[in-house]
Design a protein around this ligand. Sequence first.
Ligand code: NAP
Length: 251
Amino acid sequence: MTREDLAGKIAVVTGAARGIGAAIAQRLAAAGATVVVNYRGSEEAALAVVAAIEAAGGKAEALQADVSDAAATEALFKDVLARHGGLDLLVNNAGVAKDGLLVTMRDRDWQRVLDVNLTGLQRCTRLALHHMMQKRSGVIVNLSSIQALRGGRGQANYAAAKAGVVALSRAAALEVADRGVRVNAVLPGFIETDMTAMIQRRAGDEVLARIPAGRFGTPDDVAGLVLFLCSDDAAYITGQALTVDGGMSAQ
Ligand code: NAP
């Protein structure tokens, strides 16, 4: 048995139909967790993630909810607790980017990015904490970004939301550490997913030149760190912001 054994744990991964979330769901399930694969619109992809997990001998189910919708998010967590009788791990992965220069940014693009990446994450965290604090155990991992540290031209909304995720994770960790609950933020660099596909097509060489490791990250690079943080190997790690970026932010 490895220390990463998550057998018997119930995990929710938001936005897990594609990209980094799908890889996280598969790694947690491979370590023994029963995984709720949350999705907003990508039902077919979510069902494919569940099928892949089950084919590998794991347990998962897909549940729809838009994490920017308060009522839908409350229903999601109520459903998870009713169906599984508990919640041990929450990975707040759902995220969107709506890039544009700040000077011409539309209010709705600012608001949407904040609503999904920060307010939605905050609500999921709060709903999970109600349960985790009562049973005095639980782990929450929040997907931020290295843009939280560096800014990023055309990403004022995204960078602000992701910096908020780091601050929220630290504050929440302090509030719940003595209840046996850990909260950490993960800051990926440039990971090859749908979210970065256009940038990669337009400026891939330029980005690559700024990655000391000499390659783009994969969803699995991020999933490995998330799995570690969910495991008992990370039992004494809380309130931290950990980068997984091939050295990009060390420059
Ligand atoms: P992606 O490929 O665009 O996938 C985003 C996922 O989030 C999709 O599964 C999508 O679900 C889900 N989602 C979006 N809005 C949602 C909502 N309102 N409610 C529920 N789910 C929602 O993105 P990714 O690259 O895998 O990114 C995953 C996370 O890592 C995000 O938080 C992102 O900001 C962060 N991140 C990514 C990178 C990178 O380089 N890729 C770097 C740093 C941080 P549907 O398809 O069902 O709509």
